[in-house]
Design a protein around this ligand. Structure first.
Ligand SMILES: [Zn+2]
Length: 52
């Protein structure tokens, strides 16, 4: 089951599984929104995911 989310900045982040999604979102936040890095819990990040 793939996970996808559209960030507030318009970027779409997708991954094949939860671990990959957490890593992809974490990387997106670190590179694009460094002020938000580390502010979201695993549960919050997974809660944003749309599962397809
Ligand atoms: Zn973003």
């Amino acid at each position: 089951m793939a996970l996808t989310t559209q960030c507030a900045c318009g970027a779409t982040v997708t991954a094949e599984d939860e671990e990959g999604f957490l890593a992809a979102v974490g990387q997106h936040v670190e590179t694009t929104h460094p002020d938000l890095a580390g502010t979201m819990t695993r549960e919050q990040i997974l809660g944003m995911a749309e599962r397809t």
